[in-house]
Ligand binder design. Structure first.
Ligand code: SF4
Length: 370
């Protein structure tokens, strides 16, 4: 019932009118960015961009977990699989290609043991079922997927299970988006689900550093329209702040229990965000006392810094940064399709290229170039 009003056509119309009214007050062109594949899906699926005034653009940023997972981690998962270990991985992640153009699914076709799992608990069950084999759980995602892993590490993992930890902490990523002079972003729609864990508080320092508007936003069409309206109101009134549209889920402090588990298990270190940069304090890494669970330590793995490594001619890196639309990539819907993806943003259900492809978006709708 509550969600019905967030999908209501009449409410959406009224908010859209207000968006146009506010935008008329503002002379300059505005670029907003969201950092969440689910937000991009709602925007594309509901044609939100087509409702916006000509001086307002909303772009997808680095918010798809598969898209930003470093190639080094994919390469090392493949290496371990080729040595006879079983890799336990989420479905989308198994399709993203490493530096040699192979994915985990490709090496499964060559006889390696790759199993699709839905959670760390699923991975633990697999490891317990066959204690004579070695298993590796490839953990990717942001602040929503890391807490269950922290919880299980505290409980103790089976001896034959280790972890490739590729989790990223979202607030510093949003901080770099806001600070980037290349992107020229005027305001950010913050991700609703990962902010449910982190709370709004860790984002405040980036507000203090940039004084740019941020709105925490839910996932229905009316949520997104309200989020855009709130950003515009802050700019119109010259009153930038952190604002919470998604009050039914996000709080200032977030989920303290999940945060406590994360703090006990992980440190925050430099994290490579594929297509973006190595961002300080964005990468979860197991604390010293849990290092034995780290596949990099257990198997003496190293990183080759092959972290970008996109296919020749592809513009995946620019798509991840919102600097280019999928339709501007020469491979889009030609060599690169959702059936045969060439880049990570076409692999994942949360990737911009995949979302645009599945909504048959074949021409540019970006309006603003700064
Ligand atoms: S269409 Fe394919 S190759 Fe081009 S940017 Fe998207 S994922 Fe990368």
């Amino acid at each position: 019932m509550v969600l019905e009003s967030y999908n209501n056509r009449e409410i959406a119309k009224k908010i859209t009118q207000k968006i146009h009214e506010y935008a008329d007050f503002i002379e300059e062109d505005l670029i907003f960015m969201h950092v969440c594949g689910s937000h991009e899906w709602t925007i594309s699926h509901n044609g939100v961009r087509s409702l916006l005034p000509s001086n307002v653009d909303i772009r997808p940023g680095p918010g798809c977990p598969v898209c930003i997972t470093p190639v080094d981690d994919i390469d090392n998962a493949i290496k371990l699989a080729q040595e006879g270990k079983t890799i336990l991985v989420y479905g989308d992640m198994s399709r993203s290609k490493g530096s040699k153009g192979q994915s985990l699914l490709d090496v499964r076709a060559l006889g390696c043991n790759i199993k699709i799992v839905y959670s760390i608990q699923d991975a633990i069950l697999n490891a317990k079922r066959d204690p004579t084999k070695e298993f590796i759980f490839f953990g990717v995602g942001f602040d929503t997927t890391s807490p269950p892993t922290a919880f299980e590490v505290l409980n103790g993992l089976p001896k034959n299970l280790s972890l490739i930890i590729s989790y990223r902490y979202m607030p510093p990523i949003v901080g770099s988006v806001l600070k980037s002079s290349v992107l020229g972003i005027d305001g950010v729609i913050n991700p609703g689900h990962s902010s449910t864990i982190t709370g709004m508080m860790p984002y405040y320092q980036y507000f203090l550093e940039t004084r740019k508007p941020q709105v925490f936003c839910g996932f229905e069409p009316v949520d997104l329209l309200l989020g855009i309206l709130m950003l515009l109101r802050q700019i119109k009134d010259n009153s930038p702040r952190l604002e919470n549209e998604y009050q039914r889920s996000v709080t200032w402090e977030g989920n303290k229990i999940a945060q406590e588990k994360l703090e006990k298990v992980f440190d925050l270190d430099n994290g490579h965000v594929r297509g973006v940069a190595t961002i300080p304090k964005s990468g979860f890494t197991l604390k010293e006392k849990y290092k034995d669970y780290d596949s990099y330590v257990r198997y003496g793995l190293s990183k080759n810094n092959a972290n970008e490594n996109f296919v020749v001619g592809a513009r995946c890196g620019e798509v991840i940064l919102g600097l280019c639309e999928p339709v501007e990539c020469p491979l889009y819907m030609k060599e690169c399709t959702s059936q045969k993806p060439k880049g990570p943003t076409m692999v994942s259900l949360e990737g911009t290229c995949r979302i645009w492809a599945e909504h048959s978006i074949i021409s540019s709708i970006k309006k603003i170039k700064k």
